[in-house]
Design a protein around this ligand. Structure first.
Ligand SMILES: Cc1cc2nc3c(=O)[nH]c(=O)nc-3n(C[C@H](O)[C@H](O)[C@H](O)COP(=O)(O)O)c2cc1C
Length: 411
């Protein structure tokens, strides 16, 4: 949750696709985000899901045919068009897309969209051949030229039994697109590398040394940076989280692989956020065979892993292009003292520190309570926030740094 959609007036236009049933739940999800949702159904949509269902879930009257209005002093399409901050057409059928592309106003939804100055987001959903037909391609291109945001459908097996592009995307993906519509595009043109998750350091073919990092904080940072217009390269250790849409994801296992991936993209980055929990040590020797349970004790010899942040802090000194370098510190004691030392030793701009022993912040939970340290500035102690909100506040600080302070690169 990030409250970006809170209090936004959203019209959800549902057209007559088999995928209409999925958007029933989207109304609830939008309600949970604090948005005010009015649903407009096309005549065909009402054959798939009843207006009653949408009315019950949105808590609002559902609009259908143009001339259904009970209150004719208010012209419904003009009234609704004027109120909306955003119109989400989901699912958008080939028919509705064609109607919108050609400026028809022959049903309530199309008339509202013609009359509205709100932001418009279209989620096409149809059989793959309908989606790939030149007519639909051209119509979608026209809608994009109008400035409407088109959320690409997913590929996969469809209700008709065929496989290909045309499936309505999952809510998480659409939600991110909606949040992006309302987010400042203050990272447009910037490339950001985010590292996330743990590393797994193999001991033998079945065992590894790892840590409890879930990757949630890094993934939230990648998602928010993307929402705010950045090109994002997410370098991720092993996690169970789906990468945010529109983000280039590079998967790695070990600290050495993570180092290599970060260095590969180093020259492209304007911002690097190292949110990964990189293992400090790895087994000095990786056994080719599974280690047998033969001894009562087993001594493991560990070798130090590369310190990626330290290397980045050194490397930036020789670079012409300014770089904002942000580290994370997960400490269990003396966190602020340790963090201050890291900030200076590693030549960082910001260091985000969290107390991993607190129950409501740190590993694997959805919330976090962090302190942001920066060179020469008062520390910022953030309250307990969702990881998404925390990510937003960290990005705010980065944008502040980009806005001038880094014009002169560190010596
Ligand atoms: C069972 C069934 C499923 C359909 N699913 C889709 C669909 O997923 N996408 C689509 O573009 N049309 C689909 N159609 C066709 C549309 O319902 C039809 O083109 C209708 O005119 C769309 O009208 P509307 O855009 O005003 O809602 C489906 C029709 C039926 C009978």
């Amino acid at each position: 949750m990030n409250y970006i959609l809170a209090h936004k007036k959203i019209i959800m236009g549902v057209s007559g696709s088999i995928a209409a049933y999925k958007t029933v739940d989207w109304v609830r999800c939008l309600g949970r985000e604090g948005a005010e949702v009015n649903v407009v159904l096309t005549e065909a949509a009402a054959r798939f899901v009843t207006p009653l269902t949408f009315a019950a879930l949105s808590g609002n009257r559902v609009y259908g045919a143009m001339f259904d209005s009970v209150d004719m002093e208010e012209i419904p399409h003009i009234k609704l068009a004027g109120q909306a901050d955003l119109i989400l057409v989901a699912p958008a059928t080939a028919q509705t897309i064609a109607r919108l592309a050609h400026g028809f106003a022959d049903d309530l939804l199309a008339a509202i969209i013609l009359a509205s100055q709100a932001k418009i987001v279209i989620c096409p959903a149809m059989n793959s051949r309908m989606y790939l037909h030149a007519a639909t391609r051209r119509n979608l291109k026209i809608l994009a030229e109008f400035g409407y945001k088109i959320v690409e459908p997913e590929s996969g097996s469809m209700a008709c039994g065929e496989v290909g592009p045309g499936r309505l995307p999952e809510w998480d993906m659409v939600r991110r697109e909606l949040c992006a519509v309302f987010s400042p595009q203050d990272l447009l043109g910037k490339t950001i590398i985010v590292s996330a998750g743990p590393t797994h350091e193999p001991l033998d073919p079945v065992r590894y040394l790892g840590n409890r990092s879930s990757g949630k904080m890094g993934y939230a940072l990648a998602a928010v940076a993307r929402q705010r217009g950045a090109r994002v390269i997410l370098i991720s250790g092993p996690t169970h989280i789906a990468p945010p849409a529109g983000v280039k994801t590079v998967r790695v296992q070990t600290a050495v692989e993570m180092r290599d991936a970060v260095m590969k993209y180093f020259s492209e980055a304007d911002i690097i956020i190292k949110a990964a929990a990189v293992s400090d040590f790895r087994p000095a020797r990786r056994s080719e065979q599974k280690i047998k349970k033969s001894n009562a004790q087993l001594n493991l010899l560990l070798a130090a892993n590369p310190d990626i942040l330290l290397e980045l802090g050194q490397k930036r000194k020789k670079r012409a292009k300014p770089l904002v370098l942000v580290g994370f510190a997960a400490e269990s004691e003396n966190h602020l003292k340790e963090a201050q030392r890291k900030l200076e030793d590693k030549n960082l701009d910001l260091l985000v520190v969290n107390d991993i022993l607190a129950e409501d912040s740190g590993f694997a939970v959805d919330s976090n309570r962090v302190t942001i340290l920066s060179c020469g500035k008062e520390k910022i102690e953030l309250p307990l926030l969702s990881k998404e909100e925390t990510a937003g506040r960290i990005i705010d600080e980065i944008v502040g740094l980009l806005g001038g302070k880094l014009m002169v690169e560190k010596k």
